[in-house]
Ligand binder design. Sequence first.
Ligand SMILES: [Cu+2]
Length: 241
Amino acid sequence: MDNAATPHKTETAQAKLTLPQTIAPNQSVPLVIDVQGSNGKAIANFDTFQEQLMHLIVVSDDLQHFSHLHPEFKGNGRFEINADFPQPGNYNLFADYKPAGQKEQVSLLKATVPGKLSTPFPTDLNRTKTFSDTKATLSLSNPTIKAGEEVTLQFNLQDAKTNQPLTNLQPYLGEKGHLVILRQSSPIIQENYIHAHALGKSRVGEVSFHTSFPQPGKYKLWGQFNRGGKIVTTDFWVEVK
Ligand SMILES: [Cu+2]
């Protein structure tokens, strides 16, 4: 049995992805996502959460490529957006939405970009990394993370040049930051997706999240923050025993 701790177990709606017949890497690809209720009918209304009607997280199977998109609602259950797939391979699209009056739901959709797969990157367990002009340090509350345990993940964000804590962090989609966590597996399954919410209080240049990792394994974390109007995406690997 897979992770029973997932908050997204109730499946009252389902999403269907429609793609053009041929898709190529590094080209704008129109995505059409249709959301239906369990009765097969299009869902007419959605509730806004975190400032959007749908959050779409696109991650390649090798967890190298990540993007966070907000498809546009066209009515009658349909959402549309153009996406870019940087390399050949399989992609996982986690559509996160709230049918009106219901709980938040996640549907996992799959897309394949034909072509030769690139050689896998080694996983890097560095705790301090630089993302253009931002230096990020990830600290964990527990020296060893065990599956099922509550953990606090703290991101310290500094200017890469001056090493000073960032003083111009602004809310991003209504929160201090967003954290998406995905367990490395083949294939990627919906239960391996975690969306953690930032804790309210923290010091300057610091954003923390509470979560737990359902199973042992390697996880990739993408923390997103708003640095004075520019979104900074940071990524780290974490090993869970
Ligand atoms: Cu979003």
